[in-house]
Design a protein around this ligand. Sequence first.
Ligand SMILES: O=CCCCC(=O)O
Length: 485
Amino acid sequence: MESLQDCPLFRPFAYIDGSWVAADSGEQIDVLNPANGEVIGQVPRLGRAETERAIEAAEAAFPAWRALTAQERADILMKWHDLMHEHQDELALIMTLEQGKPLKEAAGEIGYAASFLRWFAEEARRVYGETVPAAKSNQRILVTKQPVGVVGAITPWNFPAAMITRKVGAALAAGCPIVVKPASQTPFSATAMALLAERAGVPRGVFNVVPGRASEIASALTESPVVRKITFTGSTEVGRQLMKQAAEHIQKISLELGGNAPFIVFEDADLDAAVEGAMASKFRNGGQTCVCVNRFLVQSSVVNAFCEKLAAAMNSELHVGDGTEEGVNIGPLIDQDGVEKVSRHIRDAVDKGAELLLGGNPHPLGGNFFTPTLINDAKPDMLVAQEETFGPLSAVFPFDDEEDAVAMANDTPFGLAAYFYSRDLSRVWRVSEALEYGIIGINTGLISNPAAPFGGVKESGLGREGGHQGLEEFMETKYLCIDLG
Ligand SMILES: O=CCCCC(=O)O
């Protein structure tokens, strides 16, 4: 395939009520390849009016979709899953061109994205109710689950496929239609998946894709009394705003927001395993993942050994470049703001006394590429301790004992993922219980799995995605109290 335009899954349109449409205004968004800044295509810049039409289409589609049996909805989701695997290479190329992650990683994300469709297809058939002992002998109480209704979803650029299927798979399995606003940087993964959903038999109006003006689309979704659930992955700042807006109609809301993941290495850890986990977690998507390590907390007695091993791994294993090139495993950052943020964190840390061990600058390739960087002696007053860097900067914070490590790890308003390495079973339990996070990786740097409830505490969000919990987010509980007379 020479370019995106040659790809049979390339759809430069919005998708509403089963039709491929342009913006009422005719306006378009340029979509750039972060590896070279070239425009790879355009999508319509939709606003309020088109979003309201998508909501109406979803509302109209709701009765028939919820009336299907769970098995019928599951069959459609499984067909969609199969089509994603069949088209894995094309979907991966679209993703690499618009998002930048290397092709192999993009193909991995497509597999991960498809796995949510399979997971929720299977879970759709396990939406069980309950019976509850009643207060009177002639009464019976039954608890049932019903789809919440029309859903509005807003998804991020860093996982352009998986963050859509994790929401859409659950919504559709539960019997809810959905309107998705994809990130403006990565809309083509969303429209390509909509094309496959259509081929899989998702009826018109059940899955709508509305690229465009974020604040207008978000307001249309939160101001509509028809939309009964908002689901968002992105920054804490935007999540906070959406939560305020969702309060208007008391919409159910799930928020997957920012993180500031600690990765604790205790002196009893297997250091080689810790370095392997560190590489997997820190450099996933070039550091642009909400569960990427942000702070390496390393016990002082092993800090030099850990830094040496991590520097060696970073030197030998990381190859920066255009994600379409063979052997590249670190693509560009998404844009210049991303580059500026990583540079700012490094400058601030070095000015405040951190030791620069590796890298430190934008990559000689220029543009949005950044050299993987390692600093030691980071301190809590540095920006890198307080904000999510979202780039290939490994910052090591030495600590003295377990109590210090846990206090440092929890010293943040965020609470998404945390990791630690230890071979002491009592410590494993103690630290797991003390960490104020929704996800804990113990002796592993990779925690993502469709069967597990992904989500954070504190300012990292509300609700869970994946697992059986992820389906419940799209359902209401109703109880029936039956008087037998
Ligand atoms: O930035 C957050 C994306 C989450 C990726 C995952 O599910 O691991």
